[in-house]
Design a binder for this molecule. Structure first.
Ligand code: HEC
Length: 157
């Protein structure tokens, strides 16, 4: 039985050691979302949905839960935020071409319609981020209206 104790000790030491690995936090603030908000004009309701359900992974500002400071949860979270921003960062809206904006909104409609966003691993912990049918509809209607801004400059395929 001594080896079980040793393995547990080793695991404990490893858990303590990884706490010293710091991950960079995504805390650049919400200001960089201004161009996106000005262009796509979300209603107060939609703006609220985006903030509660999407910005944590798709903007430069994440609202971190208390356990985000604990490894390995911190690694897992940083990974999701990094990957989410890589695919879509509303804070970089200005740098996207009209075609890309149109395409991202199209994907947004698709993801939300199929219940794929926000990620399930996220809504398990953030119950309030889960979209109701009415919220899903509001988000889709807003995205469809916002797409009209860009469709004029996008060549029909
Ligand atoms: C917990 C983090 C997280 C949250 C919260 C989240 N996403 Fe995502 N999102 C991701 C990740 C990671 C990807 C890339 C991998 C994938 O597609 O599953 C992604 C991909 C996407 C894409 C595809 C972009 C592309 O070009 O491939 C869209 C659109 C999207 N998310 C929209 C949303 C919307 C809208 C919300 C809120 C209703 C949301 N996401 C909430 C993490 C998140």
């Amino acid at each position: 039985m001594i080896w079980i104790k040793r393995i547990l000790m080793l695991a404990l030491v490893a858990l303590i050691v990884i706490q010293f690995i710091t991950v960079e936090k995504n805390e650049g603030g919400y200001e960089s979302l201004q161009p996106f908000v000005q262009e796509t004009k979300p209603s107060e309701e939609v703006a609220g949905i985006l903030k509660t359900s999407c910005y944590d992974c798709h903007s430069n500002q994440t609202q971190y839960p208390w356990y985000s400071n604990l490894a390995p949860a911190s690694f897992f979270l940083a990974d999701h935020v990094e990957e989410g921003k890589e695919h879509l960062n509303f804070a970089n809206w200005e740098s996207y071409s009209a075609k890309r904006k149109d395409h991202k909104l199209d994907e947004l409609i698709e993801e939300v319609e199929h219940g794929e966003m926000p990620l399930e691993s996220y809504t398990l912990i953030h119950g309030d981020a889960k979209l109701s049918a009415a919220q899903t509809e509001a988000l889709i209607n807003w995205a469809k209206a916002a797409r009209l801004n860009y469709s004029a400059s996008v060549q029909p395929q």
